[in-house]
Design a protein around this ligand. Structure first.
Ligand code: BES
Ligand code: MN
Ligand code: ZN
Length: 495
């Protein structure tokens, strides 16, 4: 991806010789907004443009001066950072043949929304919307934008806000690139190498363990899932150390299944589509950690990524096999397609041994979570109300939807095995996302605040692009993690 510069300026100083101006229109103020722009209301109406959120309408200049791209932001009272991020995203996706673009969206923010917040959201939205995954086309799509100017103001605060928005969006786009890569061209070793390269670029310490070390360390869940694959697994640890004394230590664990066939509990052909994205949790951790230094995050952060393919082969695990996970818990594999929890068991255990203040795991874990919440909302589980509440709040503000989910105690017995400490699925068909969360909980050290995000839905979108969110890999989780870590404070003691 080429990095088109995005810079702020004042409305008065916006370049007059732009090729395109992007402006907002509100659905309940459409007449007034169009009159201000000298646009005929009847024309907009005939084109089906009503100012609804993320609608767009291109108005050619028909002479000298820039073309205009109208973007709907919905009703006046609800025009907040999330609406403007989405509108900027919808615009960024539309623009292809213009080179010099002026984005004037922040002007329509509702009263009480801070200028700084708006500037950041619009910058973020633009860079997220302009994202393309082009590496596998013989001819890359021809986007010609060479410069973007946001009318966010020229002050230092506006500059910082726009720079922050651009940096965050690029971190999300990094995660998208990893998620979108086909399984055959991003093996566990390739993904580990990408993490190494990112780490070298931004100053993160990265340690990569291969199969021998994984076995030596007793990561039997990860080694077990890897048995069916010719391509060996990796266990990656990423360390971010803030300058100065850390305000705490947060551990992140990301599911990194680079392709999930289901193993001998084989998926259907349709069920296997998109399973190259089964490392979306790992990608979110990588994306978030890539920008911690730029953001000046003050908490120490450690990432743990079990990376593996879930394949079939002569040595693949059978249904009924027993694996010994790190720490000694034995698990009877009753379904080889419930592989995410097997590798996260090891990841959560290793994270717990470092005794962090909190552990957050992200995983494309269950289809059941999508049944419960739909494709655009992540399930949020956890042992600590303070941590869960914080994640919910930052996710809402960052434009990522999460919803708190229960871990009913009566479901726990469903994970009892006849021959081992646990089995990896329960007998029943119900509450699959909660059962998976209860399984994970077993591996979290006593007294450590823990939250689990099931991102099976929002990490990989198959219906349509919406606002700043594209089809396929979305980079979901990067923004909520970065905001959580940037504002990190010690958790109040609780349970
Ligand atoms: N990677 C899948 C979950 C998934 C499904 C992610 C659809 C994204 C879209 C996971 O490994 C899996 O296969 N889960 C099983 C669990 C079941 C066997 C208990 C599932 O959801 O069917
Ligand atoms: Mn699976
Ligand atoms: Zn999976």
């Amino acid at each position: 991806m080429t990095a088109t510069p995005v810079t702020p300026t004042t409305a008065a100083q916006a370049p007059a010789r732009a090729d395109l101006r992007v402006v907002a229109a509100r659905s309940d103020r459409l007449g007034a907004d169009l009159t201000d722009l000298g646009v005929d209301e009847g024309f907009a109406e005939a084109a089906g443009f009503g100012g609804q959120a993320n609608q767009t309408l291109l108005l050619p200049a028909g002479g000298p001066g820039p073309d205009t791209l109208l973007v709907g932001v919905g009703e006046e009272a609800g025009v907040d950072g999330n609406r403007l991020r989405a509108a900027a995203g919808a615009a960024g996706r539309k623009v292809t043949r213009h080179r010099k673009v002026v984005v004037a969206l922040g002007e329509k923010a509702a009263d009480g929304t801070s200028r700084e917040h708006v500037a950041q959201a619009v910058a973020e939205g633009w860079v997220l919307g302009a994202y393309r995954f082009d590496g596998h086309r013989s001819k890359p799509s021809e986007v010609e934008v060479t410069s973007v100017v946001l009318t966010a103001g020229a002050a230092k605060v506006a500059k910082d806000a726009v720079a922050r928005g651009v940096a965050l969006a690029r971190a999300v786009n990094l995660a998208r690139d990893l998620v979108n890569e086909p399984g055959g061209s991003l093996l566990p070793a390739d993904l580990a190498a990408r993490v190494k390269a990112v780490g070298a670029e931004v100053g993160l310490k990265v340690k990569v363990d291969g199969l021998a070390a994984i076995k030596r360390r007793g990561l039997g869940g990860l080694a077990g899932v890897a048995q069916g694959a010719t391509n060996e697994p990796r266990f990656v640890e990423i360390a971010y150390e803030p300058k100065g004394k850390p305000t705490g230590h947060v551990a992140l664990v990301g599911k990194g299944v680079t392709f999930d066939t289901g193993g001998y509990s084989l998926k259907t052909s349709d069920g296997m589509k998109g399973m190259n994205g089964d490392m979306g949790g790992a990608a979110a951790v990588i994306g978030a950690m890539s920008v911690l230094g730029t953001l000046g995050v003050k908490v120490k952060v450690t990432g743990y990524l079990p990376l593996v393919e879930n394949m079939i082969g002569p040595d693949a695990i059978r249904v009924g096999d027993v694996l010994t996970t790190r720490g000694g818990t034995t698990v009877e594999v009753q379904n080889t397609d419930a592989e995410g929890r097997l590798i996260l068991a090891d990841g959560l255990r290793v994270a717990s041994e470092a005794e962090p203040d909190a552990i957050i795991d992200l995983a494309t874990l269950t289809g059941a979570c999508m049944v419960a919440l739909g494709p655009r909302v992540a399930g949020l589980f956890g042992s600590d109300d303070g941590l869960v509440g914080r994640i919910h709040a930052v996710a809402d503000a960052a434009g990522e939807s999460v919803w708190p989910m229960p871990m009913p105690e009566h479901l726990r017995a469903g994970l009892d095995s006849d021959i081992a400490d646990l089995r990896n699925i329960s007998g029943g068909r119900h509450a699959g996302a909660s059962v998976a969360a209860l399984f994970l909980r077993h591996f979290v050290g006593d007294g450590i605040a823990w939250a689990h995000l099931d991102i099976a839905g929002p990490s990989w979108i198959t219906d349509s692009a919406q606002g700043e969110v594209p089809k396929l890999g979305t980079g979901f989780g990067v923004r909520l993690l970065t905001d959580l870590l940037a504002g990190w404070e010690p958790l109040p003691a609780s349970g």
